[in-house]
Design a protein around this ligand. Structure first.
Ligand SMILES: Nc1nc2c(c(=O)[nH]1)N[C@H]1C(S)=C(S)[C@@H](COP(=O)(O)O)O[C@H]1N2
Ligand SMILES: [Mo]
Length: 420
């Protein structure tokens, strides 16, 4: 660095900002190497870094860009299908994109409008019979704890729900998602385990409940084993940027592989309990109810509780798609809540024959794999199918037994395409 360069305002600001970040990081116990990693991995891309001050500044900018009363980010129909306070990702926006879904394109599933929380006033309480030293942490407390970054999917339990109607001529209740109720991002935060341990978790603890601060309080329990997993996080950053308001600012829970609802946004309280916790969110909602789903004996739940996600696939194409005749490289992604997909097949003839798709790196567990396949398209109408198999040996079935609330549709989907 030439000292004269400091006369340029931008260079000067940048250098001073970096010095400030390094000083602050040092005070927080973060190594210089890690800060440089963050700066290049995430910070540089969005022009900021994960210091409390930078995060708060970014939040103010995000706040100023409010576009609708219910959802803060742009709800442009080019990006999303909107139903009420939900935004479904349009798969064509992902065509040949990178591995991660940009925050602007990430689906939103809100039970009510996005709340606007003040990080300075925000606290999370850790309490309940399962801890011996109840705690309260501020936003800055969490930011100064050791952080972890992981790449994982969040997927709504109802993703694919509309295909129950396609299969059975009978609509399951709830938002009629096609396949855009999923996204993959890099999540940064503090392991939930860290805060639970600081609260003196007892060996007898059984269930952990995260409660939210939005109007209709979400309170979905998870077992202590899931709460203590190394990638179960209290998240404050998404793809290197401050966690956007719609995705749970200031803090959300990440429970990899589990249904969307367990990834509680706008967390305000965490209860650790020595006895099993039951709320409407695991007795009435997010329950598989139907002839083929026996309730668990002795459980107050109305049916089987949905926990982990299964295997699904989608083409990076508009719904319905229109293509010109000729050679195309079709692309898509497949995912599993329980591992990673090791095989993806595509059928152009309604399942009579299947061809292997090429898988592309990276292929992270509990995220997704991108794949592609050549297609010499002749004029006509088609229903393209993709079928994935994960490393747990699970292959997408042709049929999934109906359940009233339409969760976990993981059957092979037919994507309508006309070629002219
Ligand atoms: N507090 C709160 N948390 C919530 C929800 C909500 O409405 N309120 N929706 C849940 C559901 S059903 C899903 S699928 C995911 C969606 O996360 P996203 O909106 O960040 O994509 O958040 C979950 N967490
Ligand atoms: Mo969901």
């Amino acid at each position: 660095m030439n000292r004269k360069d400091l006369l340029h305002e931008q260079v000067y600001d940048r250098v001073r900002q970096d010095e400030f970040i390094m000083r602050q990081a040092k005070a927080l116990g973060v190594s210089r190497r890690r800060v440089l990693q963050l700066l290049t991995a995430a910070g540089a891309a969005v022009g900021t870094t994960l210091t409390p001050t930078a995060l708060r500044r970014q939040h103010q900018v995000a706040n100023a860009q409010t576009t609708s009363n219910d959802i803060v980010k742009s709800t442009s129909p080019e990006f999303f299908y909107q139903t009420g306070s939900n935004l479904e990702m349009r798969w064509e926006t992902m065509y040949n994109r990178g591995y991660l879904v940009p925050n602007e394109l990430f689906f939103v599933r809100n039970n009510n409008p996005t709340p606007r929380l003040d990080p300075a006033a925000w606290r999370v309480k850790i309490e309940g019979s399962g801890v011996s030293r109840p705690q309260s942490f501020s936003y800055d407390d969490l930011l100064s704890m050791p952080s972890v970054s992981v790449i994982r999917a969040i997927e709504c339990a109802g993703n694919g729900r509309s295909f129950y109607e396609t299969a059975y001529g009978r609509q399951a209740s709830g938002t009629q998602w096609k396949l855009g109720g999923i996204g993959v991002a890099e999540w940064t935060g503090v392991p939930l385990r860290e805060v639970i341990e600081r609260a003196g978790v007892k060996s007898t603890a059984q269930d952990v409940l995260a409660e939210s601060l939005d109007q209709k309080k979400v309170a979905r329990p998870i077992p202590i084993e899931k709460a203590m997993a190394e990638d179960t996080l209290l998240v404050y950053a998404m793809n290197g940027a401050i966690l956007p308001a719609d995705h749970g600012f200031p803090i959300r829970l990440l429970t990899p592989g589990w249904v969307g609802i367990a990834n509680v946004k706008w967390v305000g309280r965490i209860e650790v309990s020595e006895s099993p916790i039951y709320t409407v969110w695991n007795t009435e909602k997010y329950i598989l109810i139907g002839e083929d789903y026996e309730p668990e004996p002795g459980s107050p739940a109305l049916g089987q509780i949905v926990t982990t996600q299964n295997v699904k696939s989608a083409f990076e194409l508009q719904w319905d798609a229109e293509l010109s005749a000729g050679k195309h490289l079709l692309r898509g992604r497949s995912w599993s809540g329980q591992g990673k997909n090791t095989r993806v097949e595509v059928s152009f003839d309604q399942g009579k024959t299947w061809q292997l798709a090429r898988l592309r790196e990276p292929n992270y567990s509990q995220a997704w794999v991108r794949w592609d396949i050549d297609w010499q398209a002749r004029p006509g109408s088609y229903r393209l199918q993709a079928r994935a198999t994960d490393d747990q040996g699970q292959t997408q079935p042709d049929q999934v037994p109906f359940n009233q609330k339409g969760y976990l549709y993981w059957g092979v989907v037919s994507h309508p395409i006309s070629v002219s």
